[in-house]
Design a protein around this ligand. Structure first.
Ligand code: DC
Length: 222
């Protein structure tokens, strides 16, 4: 039996941490779809005169090969054969990803790739449109939220831990802007699927969230 668990939610809600943890426990593959949008964004930053020029990017998409591989359970992303995993999490790549992820043809290309992966193997896939669009028949759908302040605080703590200088108010502002862009875009906006289980993680620890999803999964399996 091939299972799929869809986890959607806004930036910073804790999706990837939880999805990685559960994938290990269940021995599923963790598919980070945001990383795929980030990889196309890198390509666009290097190759498009204007990354918001949807027509131009669409006309060259056939030249963009996004490869996904798993090494020790960690997703590696290749852009035209070159590993770009280390460059994906940069703030500038995230900003660009939010611009290219609005584009219909970019989404079509990546949704197809995501569906192909989920057909072959059990996955935990996280993103914005997994339950609504990519895997409408997912075995379990979770919509994870947390208040903007909590998400900004988590991001702030993460950056401080890495020794990076940052400003809490700037981070909060960025999170609110990203939410607005994701929720109001015309194609596949961020919204819960009708059959998604809502999970507000504001006052939950990582272990509690992972435990709750595990419980839901086991209940469904029966
Ligand atoms: O989750 P993330 O920050 O890595 O996502 C990067 C951008 O890609 C973000 O603006 C939302 C967008 N995205 C999307 O539109 N659909 C997905 N399935 C995943 C990410």
């Amino acid at each position: 039996m091939i299972y799929s668990i869809a986890i959607d939610g806004p930036a910073g809600s804790g999706k990837s941490t939880i999805a990685k943890k559960l994938a290990k426990e269940l021995d599923f593959i963790y598919v980070d779809t945001g990383a795929m949008y980030r990889a196309i964004a890198l390509w666009a930053l290097e190759n498009a005169p204007d990354i918001t020029d949807e027509e131009y990017i669409a006309s060259r998409l056939d030249e963009v090969d996004i490869g996904i591989d798993y090494i020790d359970g960690e997703q590696q992303v290749f852009l035209n054969g070159e590993s770009v995993t280390d460059r994906l999490r940069l703030e500038s790549t995230g900003d660009a990803a939010s611009k290219v992820s609005k584009q219909v043809r970019v989404r079509e290309k990546l949704v197809e790739l995501q569906r192909r992966i989920a057909k072959k193997t059990s996955v935990i896939m996280d993103g914005r449109d997994i339950g609504t669009k990519v895997l409408p028949d997912a075995f379990l759908k979770i919509f994870m939220t947390a208040s903007p302040d909590i998400r900004a605080k988590r991001r702030y703590d993460e950056l401080v831990m890495k020794g990076k200088e940052c400003d809490y108010d700037e981070i909060l502002k960025g999170i609110k802007e990203r939410d607005h862009a994701d929720e109001t875009r015309a194609v596949s906006p961020l919204k819960p699927a009708d059959d998604a289980v809502m999970l507000d993680t504001s006052d939950m620890s990582e272990d509690e969230v992972a435990g709750r999803i595990m419980e839901l999964f086991e209940e469904k399996k029966g």
